[in-house]
Every structure is written in C-alpha cells, then in structure tokens.
Design a protein around this ligand. Structure first.
Ligand code: G4F
Length: 330
C-alpha cells in the first residue's frame, strides 16, 4: 500500500530533503502550502512536479481537519516555522501562532479524525537555551532564551500532551543546526559559504560577521531528515535529540569555508556589531546517544565535507548567475 505523508514547511530546506527521501521510498507526498505562498513551491525544483500541493492556511483549524480527512495520511511532518531566531524578537506572537498554533491545530485534526496517523514535530535545540547541562540529552531541562525557543517548547509540550492524553503516536525531534546548499543566506553557514565563493570569483572583497567565538553543533540537513523518518518507523513514539555531538566555533566555520577555496580568511573578514546577539548561548551541543542506539541513526556527512560542498554549490551558482554575490562589490 502506498503511504501518504503530509508535510508543512515543504518549501523550506528540510521540506526538500524530506520530500526527496519519502518519494524515493515510495510515498505519496502532500505539501500543505498557504494559498498566499504558492509561488514558493518553485523552491522544490525538480521535486515540484512529483509532490501534491494542497493550498491550506495553517491558521485555519477547519481547513487542516478537512485536509487530514481528505488525504488520510499515515504520517504528518510538521516542519513549518519562521526559523531565523533573531526575527522572533520582532514578532513574538506571530512566531508563537505559526509554531505552536500549527502544531496544536494539526494534532487536534489527527485526534478528531480518529486516524492512526504518526506525527513528527520539528523541535529545536533552542528549547535548551540557557543550557542546564552540556551536552544536552532528552533528559536535560529546558530554558529557552528567545521567543522562537519558547514557541518551540510550547509546541513540544502540546505534542507530549496529545501523546499522553489521547494516545497519539507523536514525537519531537530536537534538532541542532542542520545545513545544506539550500539554506537561505541569512543563516551563518550559507552566508559564509556564499561570501567565500563570491570572494574567490572576485565578485566581493569582504565579509562582515557577528561573534566569531560563538559555537554550534552543525550537521547536514539530508542526514537529519533520515532521523525524522526513523522516528516515525519506531515501535513506540519517543523524543530524540538529533545532532553530531561536536561543537565548532564560527571562526572554524569561516576558516574551513575559505580554506576550501585556498583563501586566507583573515584578509577578508571584519566584525560588524549589528550581527552580534545579546541572547547568545555557546554550549548548545547534542548528546545523540539515544538516536544512535535506538534508531541506529548516525550522521554521514562531516562538518568539513558539508562546508566544502556548500562553498562549491555557491561557486557553481555564481558562475551560472543564479545567485547574487554576497556582499556584492559597491
Ligand atoms: O545560522 P544561525 O543564524 O542559526 P541559529 O540561530 O543557531 O538557529 C538555527 O539553528 C537552530 C537549532 O537547530 C534552529 F532552531 C533555528 O531555526 C535555526 O535553524 O546562527 C548560528 C550562530 C549563532 O551563534 C550566531 O550568533 O552563528 C553566529 N553568527 C556569528 N556571525 C552569525 C553571524 N549568525 C548569522 N546568522 N550571521 C552572522 O553574521
């Protein structure tokens, strides 16, 4: 029997890699895309014609209930979120509604439909925020430090409540930073990759950064969607921390990206205070032992491979004229 998976946030980075994985495994993939954002379906590139797009407003509970009844999905992956953390300070309520509201409405839709649908909630390392222990595991306490982390935590608890009270097969993946050539350039890995490629081609001559001492646990998005899928194939619904367990500084990232195209980063990089974050936390690092042992999930792409691949992808795009240099020469 062909399985059906519904995905919110299908036009984002993770939506692309998850759709690719599910299509390869024989699923019918249905993306729930708000009518006002239909143009973003083009971001799925060659997958756009292989998936079904349902035009649904994620703030409309009745519409979500109807789409669940119509498609009778075996699995739902709730990935939709405004994912750039600093932006959540500009619109805390909008962030809460899109993240927590969508999770609540979808869980409610599954419960009311009385289906056996398995539900994946995209959670984030940002729920650990002001970390209570390092590295963080499934048992570590939560203390988010920004509206984005608080909304993700609320969505996480909403999922737990539906699992405990109504017996839904629902899980959270607490994902650490996961990157790819599909990351938008406001995120630091893509910003650095695009800048290194731009400078290499003589299209730019500088890169302004925030805190080079900031640390993150960075992995490859393609590996992380495999973890999402494995969570929904398990015998029992459980939550998992998903990361590499390895911290790198932003300076490591810059040095790795520039070295991959034989550039000395110190010649090009300066610090611009506008990229510094007052709510920063530098010890967000995963203890992925539970995912390693229970899901047999292990990241396949190293930090160095990931960054070199991102820089190469931007060299190719810049040469083809399909992206703009960052930052462009004046
Ligand atoms: O790439 P970032 O903007 O990602 P951040 O804030 O860690 O959030 C990402 O990962 C979370 C965990 O998975 C997700 F929940 C979230 O949705 C998102 O996907 O920043 C990474 C680090 C930060 O420490 C930041 O302060 O890079 C530091 N940084 C230093 N200079 C910079 C810059 N970040 C950006 N975006 N731009 C800079 O110039």
């Amino acid at each position: 029997m062909t399985k059906t998976a519904l995905i919110t946030g299908i036009t984002g980075q993770d939506g692309y890699y998850l759709s690719q994985l599910l299509l390869q495994r024989g699923y019918r993939v249905v993306g729930l895309v708000p009518p006002s954002r239909q143009a973003s379906v083009a971001k799925l590139d060659e997958l756009a014609d292989a998936v079904t797009i349902a035009g649904v407003d994620l703030t409309d509970g009745a519409a979500l209930r109807q789409v669940v009844v119509d498609y009778q999905p075996q699995e739902i992956y709730n990935l939709a979120a405004p994912s750039f953390v600093p932006a959540s300070w500009e619109d805390p309520l909008g962030t809460l509604d899109l993240i927590t509201g969508t999770a609540t409405r979808l869980l409610d839709a599954v419960r009311q439909a009385g289906l056996e649908t398995r539900f994946y909630q995209a959670s984030s390392s940002e729920i650990f925020g002001d970390v209570q222990a390092s590295p963080q595991a499934e048992t570590t306490g939560f203390r988010p430090k920004n509206p984005y982390g608080a909304a993700k935590l609320h969505a996480h608890w909403t999922m737990v409540h539906h699992r405990d009270r109504y017996g839904l097969f629902a899980c959270s993946g607490v994902l650490y930073n996961h990157e790819s050539p599909r990351r938008p350039p406001q995120f630091v890995t893509r910003k650095v990759a695009l800048a290194a490629a731009s400078i290499k081609l003589g299209l730019s001559d500088r890169l302004s950064m925030g805190n080079l001492d900031a640390k993150r646990d960075w992995g490859y998005a393609g590996d992380y969607v495999e973890a999402m899928w494995r969570m929904l194939q398990a015998d029992t619904p459980e939550d998992y921390v998903i990361g590499t367990g390895i911290l790198h500084t932003v300076e490591d990232l810059v040095a790795t990206a520039f070295a991959s195209v034989d550039l000395e980063w110190q010649k090009y990089v300066d610090i611009d205070p506008k990229f510094l974050r007052p709510d920063e936390h530098f010890q967000l690092v995963a203890n992925p032992t539970k995912a390693n042992t229970q899901l047999q999930w292990h990241p396949q792409v190293s930090f160095e491979q990931l960054i070199a691949t991102m820089v190469q992808a931007d060299l190719t795009r810049l040469q083809a004229g399909t992206v703009q240099p960052l930052p462009a020469l004046p």
